[in-house]
Ligand binder design. Structure first.
Ligand SMILES: C[S@@+](CC[C@H](N)C(=O)[O-])C[C@H]1O[C@@H](n2cnc3c(N)ncnc32)[C@H](O)[C@@H]1O
Length: 277
């Protein structure tokens, strides 16, 4: 597999040093590179988060009521090595069509390794490489040829159900202003709205700041915490979902699991949501 260049912020914008300037935040992301150790992923493998999602039971009921199982089309944005993808596929009895897109070849490779061990040929067609901000050009892994497909456009209104977890805070590669990074996240939500069918569902979880802390404090936390590139406040994120076109947004806010032990997590909320397109 060849390493692929991702859409970064324009180099000229790096010269600006405005008050809402944020650093790249990518220096410590060795885990997305193929030649690095897998420690972070090894720790997580076997611990899918989707089944614990507060709206998962509701999503399951919605599927049972509305779909002949084989017809469901499911998409995961930022599927990584496919932990959640595998878990939902199993939870739905293997029925339906599943596709996950991730920009990291290393993560995809890791997912493929797992399925090779399991000898699950169907599952190997589930991974695609691409940038969530532009789903007009994704390439699906084809195990038989040992190659990715030619880049193809994910058509509008293609999927019934879309999920993402912990993707947005790591989305905006490159140093840029808060607002440029926010635009980038908005672009992803716009793409997810484009590919989900009318009356389809989006659900997932994102880290957000509490609305209580001001922008200056938020920018400081984003600058000081090297694996966060962008994080909106809870109400800002809800507005972003609505701006992308999602409606009937249900949300559950929970403190970060390490809020008491890590001062950087004290003002962070886990924002779980379910919305309709
Ligand atoms: C926390 S992981 C998701 C884990 C996944 N739910 C699982 O079960 O393994 C977030 C993923 O988002 C991906 N990601 C971040 N920005 C992306 C982008 N612009 N395009 C595609 N994938 C992206 C990262 O490579 C990473 O694998």
């Amino acid at each position: 597999m060849k390493e692929v260049e991702y859409q970064r912020f324009k180099p000229e914008s790096r010269e600006e040093k405005t008050a809402d300037w944020l650093p790249d935040g990518t220096d410590k992301t060795d885990y997305v590179k193929p030649d690095k150790e897998w420690t972070r992923l090894e720790r997580r493998i076997g611990q899918p988060r989707i089944l614990d999602h507060v709206y998962f039971p509701k999503v399951q009921r919605w599927i049972e009521t509305n779909f002949i199982p084989d017809n469901l089309k499911y998409f995961e944005a930022g599927c990584g090595h496919g932990n959640d993808l595998r878990a939902i596929k199993n939870a739905l009895g293997g029925h339906g069509h599943f596709l996950g897109v991730d920009m990291s070849l290393a993560e995809i490779q890791r997912g493929l390794e797992y399925y090779r061990e399991q000898d699950d040929p169907e599952a190997k067609q589930m991974f695609a490489q691409g940038d969530l901000r532009n789903l007009h050009e994704v390439q699906v892994w084809d195990e038989a040829s040992g190659n990715f497909s030619k880049p193809f456009n994910i058509p509008d209104d293609e999927f019934d159900l879309v999920y993402f977890e912990a993707v947005m805070h790591g989305l905006g590669y490159g140093s840029a202003t808060y607002h440029e990074k926010k635009d980038s996240a908005q672009q992803m939500l716009g793409e997810l709205f484009r590919i989900v069918k009318p009356d389809g569902k989006l659900f997932g979880r994102a880290s957000t700041f509490t609305d209580a802390i001001d922008m200056e404090a938020r920018l400081k936390l984003l600058r000081d915490t090297d694996n966060w590139r962008f994080m909106p406040s809870a109400s800002e994120f809800e507005e972003m979902l609505a701006q992308a076109g999602f409606k009937n947004i249900e949300k559950t806010l929970a403190p970060h699991p390490r809020a008491d032990s890590d001062v950087n997590k004290k003002d962070v909320l886990k924002f779980s949501f379910l919305a309709t397109s």
